[in-house]
Design a protein around this ligand. Structure first.
Ligand code: AQP
Length: 328
């Protein structure tokens, strides 16, 4: 069994991109591997968050994990800030990273571009992510294509630590699905679908009511043609919608092309909306049951205890290797 770790930021309402790119894989992996899934609130504050929203979104994301099918008796589900070791190992890795390699991170460049003032937390985000992964000596990290570069840096930092202080950390591998690795924005297929996009029409939130989903899909940008053909280079918008269709209806791209041959975008979009609704409606019902039961707090408490047991051992070992004096 491999050790798997991944997380999602409570920085807004989770989107269909988070579901296809992350949650669906979490659910699959929990059956065969030892999994740790967390709500990364310490990462979320790398850009300003409203305190009341942060608290609400953290609980909402945890409930969505469970509603999406993560079973807390199989996987350890916890909130990052409930396990103090993340922040501490994060600092240790910040001291091992170089400015140049952090400056090269495309997420940092994207999120800081055009801003007058950029938080230092956004800059050192990848070193905290390295700590998250290495605390559990994860072998596999399920992430969307967008996080591949951060994972490369985690691998470099693990190597660097091992070379400098003695071989200790497992060098993790990314686990990236082929189709759906990156779901793009509904209003601009050159950008990934993001929960913090200020335009709600650019994403489908997992908790969007069915009519909102239908409206967003019918308004999704497409090219001026009418052929439902998978061609990401020349028809990025329709190809993105086809990727979503393929995931939600569980059929292949060639099957979609055959089904809509000669029919134009209208019928395709209409059916797509129904497939998305039929995936999200049961998830939403479960979500409301979980929120109403208050059970999520117990799940998170037990998860934090299990995660702390592993993380505290790793942190103590790493500090020993780095030469910190042990308290007596
Ligand atoms: N559009 C996407 N397609 C596929 N996978 C995606 N992920 C995010 N967006 C897409 C995957 O979801 C996981 C959680 O990501 P995150 O919340 O830690 O941060 P993110 O990648 O920055 O996601 P967002 O939605 O874009 O959040 P904001 O707007 O707050 O930055 C990751 O595994 C990611 O790959």
């Amino acid at each position: 069994m491999k050790k798997v770790l991944s997380g999602i930021q409570p920085s807004g309402q989770l989107t269909l991109g988070n579901y296809i790119g992350a949650l669906q894989n979490f659910v699959k992996l929990q059956h065969t591997e030892v999994c740790f899934f967390m709500i990364v609130d310490l990462h979320a504050i790398s850009v300003p968050q409203d305190p009341a929203n942060l608290r609400e979104q953290t609980e909402a994301v945890a409930a969505l994990f469970i509603a999406a099918g993560i079973d807390p008796s199989k996987a350890t589900v916890f909130v990052q800030s409930h396990v103090r070791e993340h922040a501490e190992l994060g600092w240790l890795f910040t001291t091992l990273a170089n400015m140049g390699e952090l400056e090269r991170m495309t997420q940092f460049k994207d999120k800081s571009s055009g801003k007058e003032s950029v938080g230092a937390g956004l800059f050192v985000y990848p070193t905290l992510m390295a700590a998250d992964i290495l605390l559990y000596n994860a072998d596999l990290v399920p992430v969307g294509d967008d996080q591949k570069q951060h994972l490369e840096l985690t691998r470099d930092l693990a190597h660097r630590f091992n070379t400098r202080f003695g071989s200790y950390f497992t060098v993790p591998e990314p686990y990236i699905p082929k189709v759906g690795a990156r779901i793009m924005s509904l209003d601009d297929a050159s950008k990934k679908m993001s929960k913090s996009n200020p335009n709600p029409g650019s994403f489908i939130a997992l908790l969007d009511p069915p009519d909102v989903i239908r409206k967003k899909i019918s308004r999704a940008t497409t090219d001026s043609g009418r052929e439902v053909k998978y061609d990401p280079a020349n028809k990025p918008e329709i190809s993105n919608l086809m990727g979503i269709y393929s995931h939600c209806a569980n059929i292949s791209i060639p099957e979609i092309e055959a089904r809509y041959e000669g029919q134009g975008y209208g019928p395709f979009k209409k059916d797509l909306a129904e497939h998305v609704v039929s995936v999200l409606e049961p998830l939403q019902n479960k979500y409301h049951d979980i929120r109403n039961s208050g059970e999520i707090h117990n799940i998170l408490k037990q998860g934090a205890e299990r995660a702390t047991a592993v993380a505290s051992r790793t942190l103590a070992d790493a500090k020993d290797l780095m030469g910190f004096l042990r308290p007596r």
